[in-house]
Design a protein around this ligand. Sequence first.
Ligand code: AMP
Ligand code: MG
Length: 439
Amino acid sequence: MNSIQVLPSSESISAADQELDRLRPPAEALVTVLGQARLHPLPAELVAVAVAAWRVLAEDLTAPEDQPPFPAATMDGFAVVANDGSPWREIIGEQMAGSLLDLEVTPGTAVRITTGAPVPRGADAVVRVEVTEIADDHVIIHQDEVAPGENIRRIGADLRQGELVLPAGTLLGPAELGLVAGLGRSPVLVRRRPRVSVLSTGDELVEPGQPLAPGQIYDANRFSLIAALEAEGVEIVWSGKAPDQREPLRALLEERIASGDVVITSGGVSMGELDLVKALLGDLPGVRVHFRRVFMKPGKPFNFATAGSTLLFGLPGNPVSALVGFELFIRPALATLTGRIGAGRARVPVTLLGETAPSDRIEYQRATVRAHPDGHLVASTTGGQASSRLASFRGANALLIIPPRSTVYTAGERVEALLLAPPLGAEERESHEGTAPPQ
Ligand code: AMP
Ligand code: MG
């Protein structure tokens, strides 16, 4: 067996070591992580708009011209001079979307027009086709009043020239990417996606799909982390697992540090002698450890280090602890690396539906938050909150923030929740609240 001892060579190292193991409040740990992430913004690159979905914009986009750039019909119908007094109008032409004919509407005339087509010169209203009747080359309008401007989208109604449409840092979702394309922008400047490696450590870990020997368990963390990372739009450049052996682990860590922006490990960061990730991070040349523990539950052991511009996160092995650590520290770090704005989770007051016991540290309990019919938000925890019980995360749309105190939190009390997804409607059920299994 490989036994590791980190022997402090002087008193000052031991003091530094103690400082690294100091139990930091989560807020302090986050400030440290984000401070480092801010030092290493990812470079920008030009990509075609067709492949820019879910990337983070790296430039301010302003409207180069008014939209629409011409007065446009918002209905199919007839372009006319509003209230020109004519009982019927002579149809002098047809203006379709996509071109601009040389037509002029004068009192007593009309131009047939389609939605989105430029309104011809002289016309100041479009009459819907539904209220018209055509007789030979004339149109009769069955509408008492035709107001000037009716059914016309004026120049600049949607966007004004020079208007800031999307600031740098915007995540390009459906509406945003449509706006980018609508401005005619391709290619567009976006941040490079973070390149991330994910490494599970532990002699007990077996690949899903393979048989288990006594004492073994399946590697769950790599896959939950891959899902969490993919939702953040990163590029996973490598993922795998390593045994609890110093040399192979060291070689892998060095290789991963050299080839990515972020390296995430799980396992091996507690106080045991086989907790090699913790020992190696403290040992590897060029690696600077910033802290090793956070005063929170779950996920107290949490190693954060940097090596040049690479951020290293040593998550604990328990699957819930790993995901809570990802949510609280890694997800915000990824947003900072890409300069993304508006990525923060909403922190909202909720009313507890049942009682819950606090711990000696701030605890992040997985919960379902829903809208009560009277409008406020109510929360129920997802059952057993052991850090090994990944099922407590299934269907959870929130982390309740439960500060330490000496008495139990009772139903009806208000606490804060970090919303991981929108609250459920009053009637919706979450999968973990579902029906009993079939008998
Ligand atoms: P460690 O942090 O390595 O001491 O592991 C803490 C607990 O998490 C132990 O029960 C491990 O077996 C378990 N564990 C570690 N890594 C994983 C993983 N990748 N998937 C599932 N459980 C794990
Ligand atoms: Mg382990």
